[in-house]
Write a protein that binds this ligand. Sequence first.
Ligand code: SAM
Ligand code: SF4
Length: 386
Amino acid sequence: MLSLYIHIPFCASKCAYCSFNSMPIDFSDTLIDEYIEALKKEIDHYADTIEDKQLKTLYIWWWTPSRIWSSRIIDIIEHIRTNFDFEELAEMSIELNPYPEEEVLNFVQDLNKKYNKISRLRYSFGIQSFDDEVLKITGRAYNFSSIVEFLRALSKYKQENNVFNFDFIAFGKFQVSKNGFKQLRHEFKRDFFQNFLASWFADSISLYTLENIKDKLCPKIYFGTDEEIMEEFLILKEMVENEWFARYEISNFAHAGKASIHNMVYRNMEPYIWLWLSASSFFGNKRWTNTWDIKQYIQGERIDKKAVQVLNESDLLIEEFFLRLRTREGIADINKFISVLVPNHESLLKNYKNEWLILFDWTKLQLTDEGMNVYNSIITDLLIKI
Ligand SMILES: C[S@@+](CC[C@H](N)C(=O)[O-])C[C@H]1O[C@@H](n2cnc3c(N)ncnc32)[C@H](O)[C@@H]1O
Ligand code: SF4
């Protein structure tokens, strides 16, 4: 079985913290339709060259919706459906900026109506923060009260096959309000967040620590130090976990049975193809990356020839170790990875175990909660190269 990941890279404007390849655009620009045509050609190309047409998951990553977009998105999905088999599709997932609210609500209704038979239709809404100062400085077009209204309205449209995920980022500094309260220690927002989590309206929560922000867009000075960001993350994490969201990956928490199936495809290194500008796919033992140049992509010169990589055994092991360790299950058989671990890994593992960063018994290796918070340094220490 195969998973597909498609991306529409256009946004109304660029959010200051966003580290993704997103492109501000005027929504009347014809480039959008040209891009969608190129995307369909790429879908056709894989439909012609890949034998296994059974889709396991379909993930649609896009930025700023509007009424016109639901028909465009449905058009792309239907194009995929004519080329691939949806019979056993376990999840279709769509990422959305929750603004403009009215348009997003219309979009959800349109997709819900069209795809009420597939087994799981998952939406991931990027709320990011309840702090108006953070929202303003990062260029988000809504505020706390409008997002509350949005969530109330959204609750009317949730249907049986829906899974709702909400993204939040721990920004650190601006979570501290002028009177010195942390945002979520501020009573009414804390109460709202608490009730929101307790309501079971959200099936899963993604909680990120602010990372890789581009200095040109928003100097890091506007946000917290790494310690302040981690402090904020831990406050949010505790609230989330207290309401029965279990951490299944470093940044992802879900109620039982609601973890993202697509994420597990990726972490388990099952075959997936990402279709879009600058996408990186993994199939067989090959990884390739599409061009970053939208004009080239539209002209059909998709794959960046320099970025086609045939992965050898050791590359594949490193990749597997890297991905599996991010998950709650961790690594089942450490012996399989001995050749890619640094020579002193045994003493490192012993130290981590003593510091309560890992659970380890020579067969199974799992990160504890504290270990997940310092994943990057553990992985850099353990692997011969990353
Ligand atoms: C690919 S983005 C798309 C979200 C959607 N376009 C939106 O605006 O809500 C997915 C998520 O990545 C997270 N994210 C983006 N930039 C980040 C950064 N610099 N550090 C941490 N998380 C980030 C945000 O929570 C965001 O919702
Ligand atoms: S966070 Fe979302 S809307 Fe903002 S720039 Fe990134 S992709 Fe676009």
